[in-house]
Structures are given as structure tokens and as C-alpha cells.
Design a protein around this ligand. Structure first.
Ligand code: KE4
Length: 431
């Protein structure tokens, strides 16, 4: 008798490509049938067959408060009772903009959009308009959404499926995207010098998380900042994951490096579709209707999404929040490390606050090449054992696990016990 998720997956595959609305959800990298989720509450999600999981995907980052947080649910309910969308200015947009601008020092003005892809695509367009230059530099293994010019040697789904580039991206677009190596300053310098006065911007995840978590080497971000300034290129921080995740002011607060533009998403929508790009006022004044760089969106600044974002950021502004996230992340990391050592599995764990990846490789993992050296088969065996034990991880070695404020110490200790089983030689013989 097929499970309910199996039946639902069967039907979905007749309606949606791969049965999903985003490729990584199809479990292509780990095999098996993805559980169809019916509801979430706190650190838990529940599937169509009534199974309960401790969730470390958190909708890929937005749910830092946990599922169905009452502050968010109430805010969205109240907004919905007043109407779901107007396509006209509302005070809510200024309220959320003010919270973001007060939190992120480099942002003087911003524009809300509905996805991280839109935010990064728009930031690149504005950088090109502001500098009147065409080329951009990105890093191998970093993912900035699926806009044509950015889907080049991307991370996340592009990496998970071993399709570093995508079909349908004209070479004319891809040729304007130069690719450097993460944590390799010389590769950046070489590209800038070989393309003098042609590079509009460098876009980077200040903490890479789409090849798994790869923190920046100490000198990396300051050096890229100096190089972009010296070459008249803009520095764009893609903080769609790290924004309000690694610190209230994002990775730029943590590392003390000020970009010219920042892309945000995920957490600022509290689980509803919100993203943003913003930065120096002189640059953002290039954006229509003020300036010549066009960008628009029917549901940009949607009142329900704004309300969810305001409730979320207000909760994150409470004292002690990031200490709690750090303590929870550290507890999980220490437990996984002990479990790996006890089972003599070679695993390299990278963590920053409440976001971490366990790479199935001795490591260290410092860039794309060392990340893809991970053993995907051992990861898949680990993933399925954890899933069977009620622990829901990202279905790819090249993604991150997210701990939320709703994860209790008991949740984390249970996760570590499950990992002890999942990492045992019975489950993963070689390693
Ligand atoms: P969206 O268009 O998916 O909202 O955001 C694109 C994006 C931009 N920048 C960074 C650093 C991102 O991580 C993302 C999206 N992240 C992936 C997971 N690594 C979303 C999950 C998915 O594609 O289903």
C-alpha cells in the first residue's frame, strides 16, 4: 500500500515538473520520495502520513522563529482581514524598510521584491546602470537565484544536480559573468586586471552557504572590498541567507565589511515572499521611477508579507536572541562532532551561528573544489537514516542546516542521538 506522500508525489509529477515547484525538493540528490508536509509547529513539521520531524530546513532559512510562530500568524491574519494586496503604497512597506535600514548600516535606501532571485537580478542591473559597465564577477559554488546571468557555475540546486550551468542561458549572458574562486583573492585580482574598467560589480555570499557552509577566510572580504574600490566596481553582498541569520545586521556586521549594495530575502519575509535589495542612496537613486534602471513587481511590498517580516524582525531585535542561536548551533555542532569521532566517520563540520553543514570529507572545506570532494553517497545514507529517525535535513550535501529559536536542547540532543545511529558503520560502512 503506497504511503500518502507516495500517492501525492505520483499525482504531483503529472502536474509539476519533477512534482515540485523548486528542484531541490524532489530528493534527486538523495533518492526516495519526499514527504509531503501538511503542517508545522515550532521546530516540528508533520507529513501527510502523520510522521513528525524535527526540521532543520526551516523553508531553507526563513523560519528562524520556527513554524507558525504566533506573532507571525497573528500579524498575517490581521493583515489578511484588511485585504491581501492593493498594488498601491502602504505604511507597512515603510515600517519594514525602516527596520531593515536601522539594522544594516550600509543600506540607506532599499526596494522590496518577492524573491532572492529578483533581489540579486535587480541589484546587478542597478550596478550595471550605475557604472555603465557590463561584466560581473561571481564565485564558483555561490548561488544568487536563477536569473540568466547568475546561473553560471552556481551552487545550491545547480550544484546538487551537477548542472553547474543551465540550459537556456544564452552564451551572450554567460560570457558577461566571470567566475572567481571563493576565498582566493588572487583569482579576483586577476579577473579585475584582465577586464580593466569593464566590471560593474562583484557579487558574493559573504558566508557561502550554497555549496554547503563555507565561511570567508579572515582576509577574503576586506581584500575583495579593497579590490572593488580600486577598480571602480561595486561590491554586492548577497545576504539572502546570512541577513538577520548570522547577526541582526548580517554578515557585514559580523565581518565589518561595508558593501555598496546588499540583497536580502528569506528571514525578512518570515516565511512569506519578501526579498529586498538596497544600499548607498546615490546608487539606489538609479532605480525607477527615480532613475533609469527599471524594476517592478505586482506583489512587491505585499501587506501580508510585510506584516510577517515586521513581526519576525521585531522578535529578532529582542535581547539575547543571537546568543541563544549561537548556543544551540554550538551544541549541535559539538554533538555531531562527537558522534562522527565515535563512529570513526571522516566528517568536516562548518558552522556560523545557527547555520551549519556536515561535509562527508576529511576537509578542510574552503571552496567549491574541496566542497565537491564530499562523498555524496555517504551523505545520502546519513540523510535517509536521519529522516527515518524523524530528523528532516536538507536533501543535498551542498546545502545548510538551520537551527531556529524553536529548537530546544531536547530537540538537539535527540538529533545527536539519531546522528550517532546514522553515522554508525552499520549504516555507512566505508568512511
Ligand atoms: P529565491 O529566489 O529562491 O528566493 O532566492 C535565491 C537565493 C539567492 N541568494 C542566496 C544566497 C540563496 O541561498 C538563494 C536561495 N537559496 C536556495 C537554497 N540554498 C533556495 C532553495 C530552493 O532553491 O528551493
Amino acid at each position: 500500500m503506497p504511503s500518502r506522500s507516495e500517492s501525492l508525489f505520483q499525482e504531483a509529477q503529472t502536474l509539476l515538473p519533477g512534482g515540485v515547484n523548486s528542484p531541490v525538493r524532489a530528493f534527486g540528490a538523495v533518492g526516495g520520495v519526499p514527504p509531503f508536509i501538511e503542517r508545522g509547529q515550532g521546530s516540528r513539521i508533520y507529513d501527510a502520513d502523520g510522521r513528525e520531524y524535527i526540521d532543520y530546513v526551516g523553508s531553507w532559512g526563513p523560519l528562524i522563529l520556527g513554524h507558525a510562530d504566533p506573532r507571525v500568524v497573528t500579524a498575517v491574519q490581521r493583515a489578511a482581514e484588511r485585504g491581501t494586496s492593493f498594488g498601491a503604497p502602504t505604511e507597512l512597506e515603510s515600517r519594514l524598510a525602516r527596520l531593515v535600514i536601522d539594522a544594516v548600516a550600509s543600506i540607506e535606501m532599499l526596494r522590496f521584491v518577492s524573491s532572492g532571485t529578483e533581489a540579486c537580478m535587480s541589484a546587478i542591473r542597478v550596478a550595471r546602470a550605475f557604472t555603465s559597465r557590463d561584466k560581473i564577477i561571481k564565485f564558483e559554488g555561490c548561488y544568487h537565484g536563477h536569473a540568466d546571468g547568475l546561473l553560471v557555475r552556481a551552487g545550491s540546486g545547480g550544484l546538487t544536480f551537477g548542472v553547474p550551468d543551465s540550459a537556456g542561458v544564452p552564451s551572450g549572458y554567460a560570457n558577461l559573468t566571470l567566475v572567481a574562486r571563493y576565498n582566493d583573492v588572487e583569482s579576483v585580482r586577476a579577473l579585475l586586471e584582465a577586464n580593466q574598467d569593464e566590471v560593474a560589480a562583484i557579487i558574493v555570499e559573504p558566508v557561502a552557504a550554497n555549496m554547503g557552509v563555507v565561511p570567508p577566510a579572515p582576509e577574503f572580504l576586506p581584500a575583495v572590498r579593497r579590490l572593488t574600490s580600486a577598480h571602480g566596481a561595486l561590491l554586492v553582498f548577497d545576504e539572502v541567507i546570512t541577513g538577520f541569520r548570522v547577526a541582526y545586521g548580517g554578515a557585514q556586521e559580523l565581518y565589518g565589511v561595508k558593501p555598496d549594495l546588499t540583497c536580502l530575502g528569506k528571514i525578512i519575509g518570515g516565511g512569506l515572499p519578501v526579498a529586498a535589495y538596497g544600499g548607498r542612496r546615490d546608487i539606489m537613486e538609479t532605480v525607477a521611477p527615480l532613475g533609469p534602471a527599471y524594476q517592478a513587481g505586482t506583489l512587491s511590498g505585499n501587506p501580508l508579507a510585510m506584516s510577517a517580516g515586521i513581526a519576525t524582525l521585531n522578535a529578532l531585535a529582542e535581547p539575547g536572541v543571537y546568543d541563544r542561536l549561537e548556543q544551540a548551533g554550538a551544541r549541535l555542532e559539538a554533538g555531531l562532532r562527537r558522534a562522527a569521532e565515535d563512529s570513526e566517520q571522516s566528517i568536516y563540520i562548518a558552522r556560523l551561528g545557527s547555520v551549519l553543514t556536515a561535509f562527508f570529507t576529511p576537509g578542510p572545506v574552503t571552496d567549491f573544489a574541496s566542497a565537491v570532494a564530499s562523498d555524496k553517497h555517504r551523505f545520502a545514507a546519513y540523510f535517509h537514516s536521519m529522516l527515518e529517525q524523524g530528523i528532516y535535513l536538507a536533501p543535498s550535501q551542498f546545502e545548510a542546516a538551520f537551527v531556529s529559536l524553536a529548537h530546544s536542547s531536547e530537540d538537539i540532543d535527540r538529533t545527536i542521538e539519531a546522528a550517532r545511529q546514522a553515522l554508525s558503520r552499520r549504516n555507512i560502512p566505508g568512511g
